[in-house]
Ligand binder design. Structure first.
Ligand code: NAD
Ligand code: UDP
Length: 329
C-alpha cells in the first residue's frame, strides 16, 4: 500500500512516517516547509534506512498535486499538513482558513480525480466546547473558540460530506496533547521561535534557553490548582494512525476517534516528572492564567480502544525522557 503523507516533515508526520516505513508501507511525502525543514526527512531516512519520495510543495498548488498523483498510485492519504498555532490563528485568521481549508479541499478534489478513497485527518481536541463534562467522548458538544479550532471543525465537516457523497472511508482523529520524541533522539518537536506549548518550553528552560517557565495559573479547580491535560507520546499517536488505516481498509463512511491516554496530568506534575527522570532543574514562576485556557481536558479513549484496538502504551516518564533526549542534543 502506498500512503501520501501530507506535512510529513512536521512533528507528528515525521514520527508517523517512521512507523509506516517500519510496518512495511510505501510512503510519499509532501511538505512546503512552512513549519519544518529537510532535517526531519533526513532523520526519518536515518532511523529507517529507507529512502522517501519527497515533494517540497504547497497543497494549495493543484498542479503540484496533479504531479504527485500522476507519479504515484496513492491508496490512502494521511493529512497532517496545516497551520496549528492558536494565537497566530487569532492574529491571522484569513491565512489560517486559506491554508487549512484549501489544502483539505484540494486533497478532496485530487481524491475525486484520481479515485483515491481513503483519508485520515489530523483533527484536534480543540473542536470540543469548553464546558463539556470530562472525560470527553467523541459525541461531546463541539464549539471551537479560535480560528485554528474552527478550521479543524470545518475540515471535519467537509470530509464528512465528501465521504458520504463519494463512498469514501475517512477517519477523523482528534488528538489531545502530543509530546515526546522518537527514542533515538533524532527527530522530535522543533518549534520555531519561543514555544507556546508546555513541554517544549520546559525542555528549553532545562537547557537554559529561558530563565524560567511561567505556569499559567495555580488557582484552577484541579487537584494542585494548575491546568490538567491529556498528554500522549507522539510515537503512540503515530501508531494510532496505523490502526486507523487498518480501519479505513475495512470500512466506508466517516468515523471519529479521540487519540489520548484518558489520564489527566497537571502542569506541576509534568514539571516535577521532567525534573526527576532527567535529573535537571526547571525553574518556574506562577503567572496569570493564559486567556482561552480551560482548567481540565482529557479524553475518553474507549472508542479508539474498542473499535481501532488502539491503546497508548507510553508513560509520562517516557514522554519527559524522550523529549529531553531530543532537546539536549
Ligand atoms: P507541524 O507544524 O510540525 O507539521 C505540519 C506540517 O505541515 C509542517 O511540516 C508544515 O511545513 C506543513 N504544512 C503546513 N501547511 C502546508 C501546506 N499548505 N502545504 C504543504 N505543507 C504544509 O505540526 P504537527 O504538530 O506535526 O501537527 C500535525 C497536524 O496535527 C496539524 O494539522 C495539527 O493541526 C494537528 N494537531 C496537532 C497537535 C499538536 O499539539 N501538535 C494537536 C492536535 C492536532
Ligand atoms: N502551560 C504553562 N506554561 C507554558 C505553556 C503551557 O503553564 O509556558 C500550561 C497551559 O496553561 C495548559 C498546559 O500547560 O494548562 C498545556 O498547554 P499547551 O499549550 O501545551 O497545550 P494546550 O492544551 O493549551 O493545547
Amino acid at each position: 500500500m502506498k500512503i501520501l503523507v501530507t506535512g510529513g516533515a512536521g512533528y507528528i508526520g515525521s514520527h508517523t512516517c517512521v512507523e509506516l516505513l517500519d510496518a512495511g508501507y510505501d510512503i510519499v511525502v509532501i511538505d512546503n516547509f512552512s513549519n519544518s525543514d529537510m532535517a526531519a526527512i533526513d532523520g526519518v531516512k536515518q532511523i529507517t534506512g529507507k529512502d522517501i519520495p519527497f515533494y517540497q510543495a504547497d497543497l494549495r498548488d493543484m498542479a503540484a498535486l496533479d504531479q504527485i498523483f500522476t507519479d504515484h498510485r496513492i491508496d490512502c492519504i494521511i493529512h497532517f499538513a496545516g497551520k496549528k498555532a492558536v494565537g497566530e490563528s487569532v492574529a491571522m485568521p484569513v491565512e489560517y482558513y486559506d491554508n487549512n481549508l484549501n489544502s483539505t479541499l484540494n486533497l478532496c478534489k485530487a481524491m475525486e480525480k484520481y479515485d483515491v478513497t481513503k483519508l485520515i485527518f489530523s483533527s484536534s481536541a480543540t473542536v470540543y466546547r469548553g464546558d463539556n463534562p470530562m472525560p470527553l467522548t467523541e459525541d461531546a458538544a463541539l464549539g471551537p473558540i479560535n480560528p485554528y479550532g474552527w478550521s479543524k471543525f470545518m475540515c471535519e465537516q467537509i470530509l464528512q460530506d465528501a465521504a458520504a457523497a463519494n463512498g469514501w472511508s475517512v477517519v477523523l482523529l482528534r488528538y489531545f496533547n502530543p509530546v515526546g520524541a522518537h527514542t533515538s533522539g533524532i527527530i522530535g518537536e522543533n518549534p520555531r521561535g519561543i514555544p507556546n506549548n508546555l513541554i517544549p518550553f520546559i525542555a528549553q528552560t532545562a537547557c537554559g534557553t529561558h530563565r524560567e517557565l511561567n505556569i499559567f495559573g495555580d488557582d484552577y479547580d484541579t487537584p494542585d490548582g494548575t491546568g490538567v491535560r491529556d498528554y500522549i507520546h507522539v510515537v503512540d499517536l503515530a501508531l494510532g494512525h496505523i490502526k486507523a488505516m487498518d480501519y479505513c481498509n475495512k470500512n466506508t463512511g466517516c468515523a471519529v476517534f479521540n487519540l489520548g491516554t484518558g489520564k489527566g496530568v497537571s502542569v506541576l506534575e509534568m514539571v516535577e516528572t521532567f525534573k526527576r527522570v532527567n535529573q535537571v532543574d526547571v525553574p518556574y514562576a506562577i503567572a496569570p492564567r493564559r486567556p482561552g485556557d480551560s482548567a481540565t481536558s482529557y479524553a475518553d479513549p474507549a472508542k479508539a480502544e474498542q473499535i481501532l484496538g488502539f491503546r497508548a502504551a507510553k508513560s509520562v516518564e517516557d514522554m519527559c525522557r524522550d523529549s529531553w533526549g531530543f532537546n539536549r542534543r
